[in-house]
Design a protein around this ligand. Sequence first.
Ligand code: FES
Ligand code: FES
Length: 162
Amino acid sequence: MTNTYPISVTINGKRLEKNVEPRMLLADFIRHEAGLTGTHVGCEHGVCGACTVLFDGKPVRSCIMLAVQANGHELTTVEGLAESEDKLHPIQNAFWEAHGLQCGFCTPGILMTLVPFLEENKNPNEAEVREAISGNLCRCTGYQHIVDATLLAAKKLNEVAE
Ligand code: FES
Ligand code: FES
């Protein structure tokens, strides 16, 4: 029988306590133990960025971390972005308005990459946006709408902050 270890993690502001196998990936914990399926798993080896979540406020790839490493830490997933079903996060609104999501598979990872990026860089130019999301692969089409949506998101966030 495989040993399990108790972990206590805060996800989107809520404490979750579970016993997990030491080899369980953080992405699988988020999806299967926490039931938060907005975090997607694409490549499962740290390349595509679809599994990106915030770990103590910093973007990490949850497919190359273990759930036990999250013990005592705070996670935010895409489900934690909107204040409520009726009130999306400004970045989500910008993606909606500027057609930044296509099939949407990569979108949660991109949003979670952009949250800390736009906190640090409030007026990014197009080249900076492209660099910021260079670790997030969208397999649908081009990136132009995603870039446009990010520039719109920066504008919206600045309006909210005013
Ligand atoms: S699934 Fe984690 S980086 Fe691709
Ligand atoms: S929107 Fe489909 S993979 Fe990016």
